[in-house]
Design a protein around this ligand. Structure first.
Ligand SMILES: *Cc1c(COP(=O)(O)O)cnc(C)c1O
Length: 397
């Protein structure tokens, strides 16, 4: 630390200087987060001093959090449920898994080696969570459409099983598991069904309204016990904004820890000190956009996704699958090299090696037709350069 501080103007200048190096949104095709809604940013700044770890001080802010939870619960078909705002999908999934484990314990069903049935494309946050909670993953391979097969899930359930995780919008491919079939298939078993809708939660309901053929994934599906939804992804809210929601009114209270202070409300989230700005920003964005605003944005995202796939196919690119949501997986050889080349030109994409090598492109609010028009020729050029260089390398070997 400096012996004597520097003037604010200096600090501002240095931070701005460093942040200039952050990639601008119109070059970002790998991120499920997007340029946040300006009203969310404005309200978050207004609430920068708030802390939901102390709800005796921030009573009004806490009321806003409750409003957001109610809003999300009724949005997902369960006005009588419970939940909390959290830092994101990772914390939401962690709380869901702890509640699942403790529910099994409460029913006298917790064995020495508790297991959770997941798909082979489940989000990597579960690796962290299982390590922390001492749970073992039972991994079910996805089917040819990259969905978790309901029959296989049912087959893997045994006395050790405390939960099943289905994904409504995988982060890798934007695939929605058949949550309705899984719910129906495992209903007879006493296991917790958690739906990770961190990516798809703010897409699927609007896409269904627009006529897209996607499975139902929310509390209207019998058997769904908890849902993760991330306002800081397709909800357009500034980071960090996540939510964990439960079917039961007491669900959220199963994750409940007292502090050492007398008369202080218990904590129902993993974080202690946590930003009220997240609740305020989420409230602002959800209220301001409403269903019509989100539906419009979803329509635009699907239009751009369709435009991107058309332009890619025109250039001879092959897709791994037709996108269900707004994530496009392009089959290419040497995906990592192409991605590095693109990055050296200022473009950020991600790559996957699952099944075959793919470049993954996420369409969200900042990815417009203009961005697609600029990007596709650049991707094509990168592919041709890398193919030529690899062929050259092979010849000189
Ligand atoms: C992003 C994501 C997560 C993790 O959420 P964070 O907000 O990054 O903690 C979990 N599951 C899915 C499906 C996701 O897309």
């Amino acid at each position: 630390m400096r012996a004597v501080g520097v003037p604010a103007s200096d600090v501002r200048r240095r931070i701005a200087e460093e942040m200039k190096d952050d990639v601008s949104w119109d070059r970002v095709l790998n991120s499920i987060c997007t340029e946040p809604h300006p009203l969310g940013v404005e309200m978050a700044a207004a609430a920068a001093h708030t802390n939901l770890g102390d709800v005796r001080i921030f009573r009004g802010t806490k009321r806003i959090e409750r409003k957001v939870v109610e809003l999300l619960l009724s949005f997902l078909g369960n006005a009588d449920g419970s939940g909390n705002l959290v830092s994101g999908g990772t914390e939401a999934n962690l709380i869901a898994m702890l509640v699942a484990r403790e529910s099994a314990r409460a029913r006298g069903r917790l064995t020495a080696r508790p297991e959770v049935v997941v798909s082979s494309t489940v989000h990597f946050s579960f690796d962290k969570i299982f390590a922390v909670l001492g749970l073992s993953a039972v991994v079910v391979p996805v089917d040819e459409a990259m969905r978790l097969p309901a029959d296989e899930v049912a087959r893997r359930i045994n006395d050790n099983t405390v939960a099943v995780v289905a994904t409504a919008g995988s982060s890798e491919f934007g695939v929605v598991d058949p949550v309705d079939e899984i719910g129906a298939r495992i209903r007879a078993h006493e296991v917790h069904l958690h739906v990770d809708a961190a990516t798809g939660g703010f897409i699927i309901p609007f896409a269904r309204d627009l006529g897209h053929d996607l499975p139902q994934f929310d509390f209207s599906v019998d058997g769904v016990d908890s849902i993760t939804i991330d306002p800081h992804k397709y909800g357009l809210v500034n980071v960090p904004a996540g939510a964990i929601l439960f079917r039961e009114g007491e669900g959220a209270e199963r994750f409940s820890f007292d502090s050492f202070f007398i008369g202080t409300p218990v904590h129902n989230t993993f974080l202690g000190t946590r930003p009220g700005s997240a609740a305020v920003a989420t409230y602002a964005v959800l209220e301001n956009l409403g269903r019509s605003g989100f539906t419009q944005i979803t329509r635009a995202n699907y239009e751009t996704t369709g435009y991107l796939t058309t332009r890619l196919k025109e250039k001879g690119f092959e897709l791994l699958m037709e996108p269900q949501l707004n994530i496009v997986a392009v089959k290419v050889a040497h995906a990592a090299l192409i991605s590095q080349r693109l990055e050296s030109w200022g473009w950020i994409v991600s790559t996957s090696r699952r099944f075959v090598e793919t470049i993954r492109l996420v369409v969200t609010r900042h990815v417009t037709r203009d961005v697609v028009d600029e990007f596709v020729p650049v991707l094509d050029l990168a592919r041709h350069e890398i193919e030529a260089e690899v062929a050259d390398g092979d010849r000189t070997k």
